[in-house]
Design a protein. Structure first.
Lengths: 280, 444
């Protein structure tokens, strides 16, 4: 191992690299922020600047009023929250069983979960639509939530079962010796230990539902039920013509809840990701 | 005796006898019955009224705010004047129209009235999803649109869509650059030929400026539309089968585009990888003297160009002719609709002279009805570009590819990638023809 003879200089270098990386990652967001405050003429300047020459709030006004962004945001939030809760409620006990029960059925189950991820979206959309139509669930949030839960569940099961495997069996055995039932073990012992993993997978389900476009496009018809990604698509026209200003403003507003959510739970998130990486 | 009951002769606590109470009770019941009957009759009448009202859904992909507003105002005015036929707009994402419609057709949940384009409805017609409007079209609507435009929506004798708005590909020029180079603009009477355009582009190319900026990321529509200048149809019906041909007419336009990029170097090669509208900053910034765009880009020139930007939209380029392929936006009626007659009535209203002009003005597209074109020209602040645009109506012809069901797949999977390869000089003209032909044999 090489140890630097100038620890201060090495640390400065590390921070510099980190800063460059953060700028690299954050630049698209910064650019989106800049674009959202520019007028239509400034948007097509040959040499664009990061700081707008004339700041305008017109793009935000267009995004909020013309596109009815608030109603769509409420719809998206409702769908994403319910999807993430339902997915986690189903996923947690199922993942526990998959992790703890060994045998042919478990192996087949895990294989099927992997296999189900391989079907392209375009292949399943029409049969899925027919199924929802027969259940009278087209053009409804309930139908969309059902699809999102089914869509997110395989990945969540796969993630959660690897988290469960990371928890030593001894803990459960000790609880069993003390007389705890399976349900008590799952709720009182496994769930708290799995908290970081649950946060990560719930967030995954939330983001999947929050960002999803194609299912919503096909299943929803009524403008009142529209979700955010569908609204954002309204700013993109034919032959690559984009109403860039309102799109940037709307996209920024649409990104904000995810950003806030990530900021609040980032500590859990890193712990969750790390614990998921450890195999039991 | 039950506790709390009264005998008939006994006075009730409020002083009235039981007989009197019975009479009062009968009056109350009688009155209640009359009121109830009235309410029921009124409800039945209202229900009958509701049953008589036809509700139509109208799936439209309009996306420009001006056109969205125009469509909404037309629908509102229809709903106001037709209380028995109410129309509800169902917005569709402009970039996913085909997928959305296909799913709805297959699922049996399609809207009554469908906004699409001629090239896309060919497949839906073949699959039987669209109603034949021929017997339902009012004479006035039929007469308002030229026959050669009706041809684009005539699929073996069935008319499954009403053509509305169309686009052309035009040269836009920075007039200050042209003037300083002493170049005269073409006129409707004396349009530029491809050779003139190529020569002017060369003359205007300097060390810090290109003659033309041309976004050719998806070049198929532009190439095929303009190839009709030389009669290039690409697809020909032979013995009941549509075959692909790669003759001089098909090669002329794409070869000249290629040579302008790689031989004359008058087209900015770096910009060819961009979308059409993405080259506008370079055009506005004076980095190129001309650009080729859909005629609707006139709107971007006005809204986004620098305030003192001196631009002009030129008449259609001329090969042997100025013909371009018409692929109009269309309004169709779903075969699943139970109110086809009413749906056609609404389409006729939506596309009357005044309303078609309103829609055209919103999108800066060319109305299929020449009379609507006149209205649009009269009501605009930019009569010059509208005059050029509406004068193009006589040059619209049916492109054979517009009515081929397998065309959309050929365009996406074969034509676009191969045209891009040729324009990048990665393959030869003959190789391009071979690939396009093999691709058609595979997908048709």
């Amino acid at each position: 191992m090489i140890v630097s003879s100038h620890p201060k200089r090495a640390k400065t270098g590390q921070y510099l690299v980190l800063l460059l990386y953060v700028i690299f990652l954050g630049f698209p967001l910064l650019w989106m922020l800049s674009v959202s405050f520019k007028g239509p003429r400034e948007l097509v300047e040959l040499y664009p600047s990061l700081i707008p020459d004339h700041i305008t709030f017109d793009n935000y006004s267009t995004a909020l009023h013309e596109a009815d962004l608030v109603r769509s945001a409420v719809n998206s939030l409702k769908i994403a929250v319910i999807t993430s809760l339902v997915t986690t409620m189903i996923g947690l006990p199922a993942a526990y069983v998959l992790a703890r029960r060994r045998g042919l059925i478990t192996r087949l189950g895990l294989g099927w979960i992997l296999l189900s991820q391989m079907f392209p979206l375009i292949l399943i959309i029409i049969p899925l639509f027919l199924l929802l139509r027969d259940l009278h669930l087209t053009n409804s949030h309930a139908g969309l939530i059902l699809v999102y839960v089914v869509w997110a569940l395989p990945f969540i099961l796969w993630m959660l079962q690897s988290y469960v495997r990371g928890i030593p069996r001894d803990v459960e055995e000790a609880a069993t010796v003390d007389g705890a039932t399976r349900a008590q073990i799952l709720v009182g012992i496994i769930a708290p230990l799995l908290a970081p993993g649950i946060v990560v997978t719930t967030l995954f389900a939330f983001i999947t539902a929050w960002n999803e476009f194609f299912f919503a496009l096909v299943i929803l018809q009524s403008p009142d039920l529209t979700t955010l990604p569908l609204r954002l698509a309204q700013f993109v026209g034919i032959e690559g013509i984009v109403r860039l200003g309102p799109l940037a403003a709307a996209a920024l507003l649409a990104t904000t809840p995810s950003l806030v959510l990530f900021t609040i739970i980032q500590r859990w998130l890193t712990r969750g990701l790390l614990s998921g990486a450890v195999k039991g | 005796m039950r506790i709390g009951a009264f005998s008939p002769q006994q006075p009730a606590p409020d002083g009235a006898t039981t007989a009197e109470r019975r009479i009062q009770m009968r009056k109350v019941i009688g009155l209640g019955a009359v009121v109830l009957t009235g309410v029921l009759l009124a409800a039945t009448a209202a229900q009958a009224g509701r049953r008589d009202t036809v509700k139509l859904t109208f799936a439209t992909y309009v996306w420009q705010p001006t056109t969205v507003a125009a469509t909404k105002s037309i629908v509102d005015s229809w709903n106001k004047s037709h209380s028995n036929i109410q129309v509800e707009i169902v917005p569709v994402d402009v970039n996913s129209v085909h997928d959305k419609l296909l799913t709805n057709f297959v699922g049996g949940t399609a809207a009554d009235i469908i906004h699409d384009e001629a090239a896309d409805i060919a497949g839906f017609t073949q699959q039987g999803y669209l109603a034949n409007l021929k017997p339902l079209l009012p004479k006035s609507l039929k007469a308002s649109i030229p026959n050669r435009i009706w041809d684009t929506v005539n699929f073996g004798g069935k008319i499954t869509g009403v053509p509305s708005l169309m686009q052309t590909y035009n040269v836009f020029a920075n007039m200050d650059i042209l003037k300083s180079a002493g170049i005269k603009a073409p006129t409707l009477a004396k349009p530029w030929t491809w050779a003139q355009f190529r020569s002017v582009a060369k003359r205007l190319t300097t060390s810090d400026r290109f003659g033309v900026c041309w976004g050719l990321r998806s070049p198929t529509a532009a190439i095929q539309t303009m190839s009709l200048n030389y009669g290039g149809q690409f697809f020909y019906l032979e013995k009941g089968k549509w075959v692909f041909k790669w003759g001089a007419g098909e090669q002329a336009v794409v070869r000249q585009m290629h040579d302008m990029i790689h031989v004359d170097k008058s087209v900015d090669a770096a910009a060819t990888g961009l979308s059409g509208s993405a080259v506008l900053p370079a055009f506005f910034g004076g980095k190129c003297a001309m650009t080729v765009q859909g005629n609707f880009s006139a709107q971007s020139m006005i809204l986004q160009g620098p305030k003192d930007f001196n631009w002009a939209m030129f008449p259609l380029l001329k090969g042997k002719t100025q013909d371009q392929v018409a692929n109009p936006q269309t309004y169709s009626v779903s075969q699943q609709s139970t109110h086809k007659k009413e749906a056609v009535q609404f389409i006729a209203y939506l596309l009357n002279q005044k309303n078609m002009a309103k829609l055209a003005a919103g999108d800066w597209l060319i109305p299929a009805s020449p009379a609507a074109g006149k209205v649009a020209r009269r009501s605009t602040k930019h009569p010059g570009s509208w005059k050029v645009a509406t004068a193009s109506v006589v040059h619209f012809r049916k492109g054979n590819w517009v009515s081929l069901a397998a065309y959309a797949r050929w365009k996406a999977e074969v034509a676009t990638p191969q045209f891009v390869q040729y324009l990048k000089d990665a393959i030869t003209l003959n190789q391009l023809g071979d690939e396009l032909s093999k691709g058609w044999d595979r997908v048709r």
